[in-house]
Design a protein. Structure first.
Lengths: 660, 153
């Protein structure tokens, strides 16, 4: 009964989205506050209805109601509760429902929190958001309904892919979708502003908080996904330049570009066309990602919920939505004002440069991801584009962007003084260079490129600190004054510092881990040892155990420092899931400060003198924690920036009042 | 207990799987082994979902690793081994597409976008720096109107 109620609520949400679009559009067109208000009511209703539908799906999963096709295909009675709930978004149908839930959620948020926006702009934005809802809800209802019943329900479900039964993976889709789909609001505002024909500083101010929120959430989502890959796939990699990863990375890059160009538009009124273009592109890339991940046109190590026939429908939806957005852009772009002037050395220039590099990086990722399809279509040649390509093309672009980054926030608007920037940054550069040299001299084996990577990381952190010190007058004015100034610093400035320093942490971790991780693999019998990176690992025991929905072989590996001293006991497992017949390896992580000791146990094999042996692989991953900590710090920077008073809607009204 | 017997059977069946660092596959010469490992990262496991043979546990990946190791042992150069693999399995096997006429677009796009962006930026700055104040010339109509106004005074 509850499932039927959910299915009804889903259709209701579609109907309400239609109402939201038409009422809001009519309200904007006829300047009717009543109609626009009704449109906003419909937006809230659509979200409420969809929340009911989603709750019904979770209910079906938790209760293992296998008469629901989606539950039968993706759940199992023996699955732990968390993964039963997560199963609701572990499939094609369920994840699209989550997508729609987030989409209508953002629509409702604009309806509720947009009180201070100009009424017509707000009505258009709610209308566009509603139209996106209609497209995706129609797809969900008619082509991908997760709440349909089976005529002949099975006794037991087929369970979820065991690789997906993991906490990081269970919680990362909600973050990812909140990020991806968050760009839909940015898209809706962009289309609304283009309809109104006014892309100005006020537009940038309204769009920035949504961009910040979406980008921060997407950062967290991608990081959780990378962390999952790191310890679940079992070979210690955290980024594979896989199509599915790239699909999430492209909106992130465009979002980062948009965050910066919106500042220029807000402060200086420059780059309106470019900013609104990025606002459209960010959600365009989100939709492209949804299509690439689900259509199966590209093979991926993360492929899930693949369905080529429905891929065509998703491509159509994307074509309609993005096509409309860019058509509006093409119509309005010529009339957009070019905005304020700036000199070659200025903060505007620095941000334009940042945007150029981020665009080139996005183009590289896009082309690299789609290139196999392009070649296939052009001359039927099957080619692969993998990590070695991206390492050679993307990384230099990133290095270029990072090298100039610390100078940006120190440059003045309009006309900056390069000499002043040098005077404020030379110390940070010197310290970074010395630390890099120390690493080059001390860490074995000696690696020049990785040491340069470290210089870059320290340069970013040092640069961020130098800028902060400059702003608060550290080491120049009395301490009490510094504290007073720090208290008065806008949250946005703190956010910039935190996010840029977080990027530096990531660069440090990525450089160090990639260059200096060590691994060893040996077939060990009980009592066998591996020596690795100053540690001694001893396989002391191997036992079998029975989990809730799997059987496992678990090794007990004592890890000691060379020369004695127990570090920890690792318990890697190899799990077999009888329902799907799959095997996964459960990595044992033993954190040591920023480093990880990473132990994997392999299959049983015949060892020396008839003893059974197990292939034990061990890695020492130095500074690997920074790889995940850095992006989380960046997301924190985004959140801090989001709490800036400037970004609250009240100020927008004042600005509008001032203009009038 | 039946479950554990199942487990034992399954574990026995999996014994064919291996990883890149499996000691039984390794070459005795560490320098050659290191070269082989570097090559593995560039070679696609053809039957897998987008994995290199360095990462994959599939049987085919193991065969390819043995093949590459064998070639390294015979003293073939990296380029020769790549050519050998390409000849056998097509360009699909290489995770880094070779720089060729067919792939020029792929390799040059990053640079092209960067240069195009740089060019646009220079154009933007140039236009900005050129004397913005230079007003547009008056149209004939405006000229006439101005004349009329002046004469009217």
């Amino acid at each position: 009964m509850i499932v039927e109620f959910g299915a009804f609520a889903l259709v209701l949400a579609l109907a309400l989205s239609v109402a939201q679009t038409s009422l809001s559009a009519a309200g904007a067109w006829r300047r009717s506050g009543v109609l626009a208000g009704a449109g906003r009511g419909a937006a809230l209703g659509a979200f409420a209805a969809l929340a009911c539908a989603f709750a019904a799906l979770i209910y079906a999963f938790v209760g293992s109601d296998f008469s629901v096709a989606n539950v039968a295909a993706n759940s199992h009675t023996a699955k732990p509760l968390l993964y039963k709930v997560a199963g609701a978004w572990g499939s094609h149908e369920g994840s699209m429902l989550l997508w729609c839930l987030v989409l209508t959620g953002y629509g409702a948020a604009v309806a509720v929190f947009g009180e201070r926006l100009p009424p017509r702009l707000r009505a258009w934005a709610v209308a566009v958001q509603g139209a996106l809802g209609v497209l995706f809800l129609a797809y969900t209802v008619f082509a991908s309904n997760p709440l349909t019943r089976l005529v002949d329900p099975p006794v037991e479900g087929r369970s979820l892919n065991p690789l997906l039964q993991d906490w990081a993976l269970a919680v990362h889709p909600p973050f990812l979708y909140a990020g991806y789909v968050g760009f839909s609001v940015v898209f809706s505002f962009a289309v609304a502003a283009l309809i109104e024909g006014k892309v100005d500083a006020a537009f940038a101010r309204w769009v920035r908080p949504w961009t910040l929120a979406a980008w921060s959430l997407l950062t967290v989502g991608i990081t959780l996904g990378a962390f999952w890959a790191y310890y679940e796939l079992g070979w210690g990699g955290w980024w594979f330049w896989d199509p599915v990863e790239n699909a999430s990375f492209m909106p992130w890059l465009i979002g980062a570009a948009l965050l910066h160009s919106a500042i220029v538009l807000e402060k200086r009124g420059a780059l309106p066309g470019w900013t609104v273009f990025l606002a459209l592109a960010a959600f365009g890339f989100s939709m492209l990602g949804a299509f690439l991940v689900r259509s199966g046109v590209l093979t991926s190590v993360h492929a899930f919920a693949v369905d080529p026939t429905r891929g065509v429908l998703l491509l159509t939806i994307m074509g309609i939505a993005a096509g409309f957005g860019f058509l509006m852009f093409a119509i309005r772009a010529p009339s957009l004002n070019a905005g304020g002037l700036f000199a070659p050395v200025s903060r505007e220039s620095a941000i334009v440069l940042n945007n150029i590099i981020l665009s080139a990086a996005t183009a590289t990722v896009l082309l690299g991801t789609l290139y196999p399809l392009i070649r296939e279509a052009m001359d039927g040649e099957a080619v692969s584009v993998g990590p070695p390509f991206f390492n050679l093309t993307f990384t230099p672009l990133l290095v270029l962007a990072l090298a100039i980054l610390p100078a940006g926030p120190l440059l003045a608007w309009k006309r900056g003084d390069a000499r002043l920037v040098v005077r404020r940054l030379w110390l940070a550069l010197l310290v970074a260079a010395i630390l890099g040299l120390v690493a080059y001299a001390v860490v074995t084996p000696r690696k020049a490129l990785a040491s340069l990577g470290l210089v870059l990381g320290f340069w970013l952190i040092g640069g961020a600190l130098a800028e902060l010190f400059e702003r608060v007058g550290a080491f120049r004015v009395p301490w009490a004054e510094v504290r007073r100034r720090a208290g008065g610093l806008p949250r946005g400035a703190w956010g910039t510092t935190i996010a840029h320093a977080g990027l530096g942490l990531f660069v440090l971790g990525a450089s160090f881990e990639t260059a200096w991780k060590v691994e060893s693999a040996q077939a060990l019998s009980v009592g066998g040892r591996i020596e690795l990176g100053g540690y001694v690992l001893t396989l002391t025991d191997v036992g079998t155990l029975e989990g809730p929905n799997y059987l496992a072989e678990r090794g007990i590996v004592r890890i000691e420092k060379q020369g004695g001293g127990l570090v920890c006991t690792a318990q890697p497992e190899r799990r077999f899931f009888p329902t799907g017949g799959q095997t996964t390896s459960e990595v044992a992580l033993c954190p040591r400060g920023l480093d990880d000791l990473y132990v994997v146990i392999g299959e049983r094999r015949a060892g020396a003198n008839g003893q059974p042996a197990w292939l034990v692989r061990a890695y020492v991953n130095p500074w690997v924690r920074l790889i995940f900590l850095g992006p989380l710090v960046m997301a924190l920077g985004g959140v801090v920036s989001l709490s800036d008073r400037r970004l609250r809607m009240g100020v927008a009204r004042k600005a509008k009042g001032a203009q009038a | 207990m039946k479950a554990f017997r199942t487990l034992a059977v399954v574990l026995a069946a999996m014994a064919c799987m291996a990883a890149a660092s499996d000691p039984s596959e390794r070459l005795p010469d560490p320098a050659q082994e290191a070269r082989a490992r570097d090559l593995f990262k560039e070679v696609r496991c053809l039957v897998c979902q987008n994995e290199s043979i360095d990462d994959s546990e599939a049987a085919l990946a193991r065969d390819l690793r043995l093949l590459v190791r064998d070639q390294v042992k015979q003293g073939r150069s990296d380029a020769e081994i790549r050519a050998f693999l390409t000849q056998r399995y097509g360009e699909f096997v290489l995770l880094k597409p070779p720089f060729s006429a067919g792939n020029a677009v792929l390799w040059l796009t990053p640079l092209a976008v960067l240069l195009a962006g740089g060019g646009l930026m220079v154009a933007l700055l140039r236009r900005r720096r050129s004397p913005e104040a230079a007003p547009e010339a008056l149209s004939a109509e405006e000229e006439a109107r101005l004349k009329g106004l002046l004469e009217g005074e």
